[in-house]
Design a binder for this molecule. Structure first.
Ligand code: AQP
Length: 327
């Protein structure tokens, strides 16, 4: 089976952007592929985190994966810091990655603007992500559009290593969803919805209560045109149509037909109901699982063991080719 790999950072509570761009697409892949899903806590510490919150959110995210249909018997589900091969491979890959290329990453540029002091971990973040993907010989990486540049970097570095030494890594492809690949912020529909946005009206969390969801969508920024169209000139309305069509599993064009003669109020109400309805089963399963800490820890231990076994195979090859002794 070909390997599908994806990771999510426990850097905040997850938004519907994370859900539609990534998480909601994961369970369907489990039959056809060997799926490996990770909680990227080593990535999360590239910006300041409160340790207690980070610890809690790490297990929240494991529970959320399970609530979204990830079966730990079929897929490998684990926490990044419990598989040390990630940082080991990242170090080797750092030695063939140019600083210029890292400086050009748009996520680095965006995130560094928000930091008082920019630390090396933030610049090196994509190299750790490259290691995550390459360690498992992944063929496909289901992520949102915002990660496309990092996947291209992954292909570049893998090819560089394969050329410099000998074929070692599978060259992975991005697997972005057709609809929902880039959900925008509700307060600023020109930038992506992000779980670390300081304005909590800008995002909807997967675990938000129905009334909170309704309130946030009611307050979503639209425009003064008053007509509903699916166009970049009306980013707020376009985003609402994207959210609606993703939750309803229809195309944005079909959604547009439903609302062509509606007002913004009516559109917002329908979007809110679609989101509330779509998230209800996930929320219910999450609350049922989250309390069982022992079971969650067992899933993590088992997942880390399986992941480490696969990661070791790649890492040993890499060390041998580079000339790092292993006895
Ligand atoms: N707005 C989005 N629309 C669609 N997909 C999105 N993803 C993130 N935002 C959107 C996808 O979610 C997955 C997990 O993302 P991540 O946690 O690794 O980090 P991120 O992309 O940096 O997400 P956030 O929410 O913006 O987190 P912070 O604020 O911590 O940086 C990825 O597949 C991503 O594409």
């Amino acid at each position: 089976k070909k390997v599908v790999y994806s990771a999510i950072q426990p850097s905040g509570s997850l938004t519907i952007g994370n859900y539609l761009g990534a998480l909601s697409n994961f369970s369907d892949l489990q039959e056809e592929y060997q799926c490996i899903y990770c909680v990227a806590n080593m990535h999360a510490i590239t910006v300041p985190q409160n340790p207690a919150d980070l610890r809690k959110r790490t297990l929240d995210l494991i529970a959320l994966y399970v609530a979204c249909g990830i079966d730990p018997e079929k897929s490998i589900l684990y926490i990044q810091s419990q598989v040390p091969e990630h940082t080991e491979l990242a170090w080797v890959l750092n030695t063939i990655t140019s600083i210029g290329q890292l400086n050009r990453m748009t996520q680095f540029k965006d995130k560094s603007k928000k930091q008082k002091e920019v630390y090396a971990g933030l610049l090196n973040y994509p190299v750790l992500m490259v290691a995550d993907i390459l360690l498992y010989q992944s063929a496909f990486v289901p992520v949102g559009e915002d990660q496309r540049q990092h996947i291209e970097l992954t292909r570049d570095i893998a090819e560089r290593f394969n050329t410099r030494y000998s074929p070692t890594f599978t060259i992975p492809d991005i697997m972005a969803p057709k609809v929902g690949a880039k959900i925008m912020g509700l307060q600023d529909p020109t930038s992506k919805m992000s779980k670390s946005d300081p304005d909590e009206n800008g995002f909807i969390l997967i675990l938000d209560e129905p009334d909170v969801i309704r309130r946030k969508i009611k307050r979503a920024v639209t425009d003064s045109k008053g007509t509903i169209a699916y166009t970049d000139e009306q980013p707020g309305v376009k985003n609402l149509l994207d959210i609606y069509s993703s939750f309803k599993h229809i195309s944005p064009e079909e959604a547009l037909r439903e609302f062509e003669s509606a007002g913004y109020g009516e559109l917002k109400e329908a979007v809110a109901e679609a989101v509330v309805e779509g998230l209800a089963p996930v929320q219910e399963r999450f609350h049922a699982i989250r309390g069982d800490k022992e079971q969650l820890e067992a899933i993590c231990r088992d997942g880390a063991e399986k992941a480490s076994y696969l990661a070791q195979k790649t890492l040993r090859k890499v060390y041998r080719k580079v000339g790092l002794v292993q006895f």
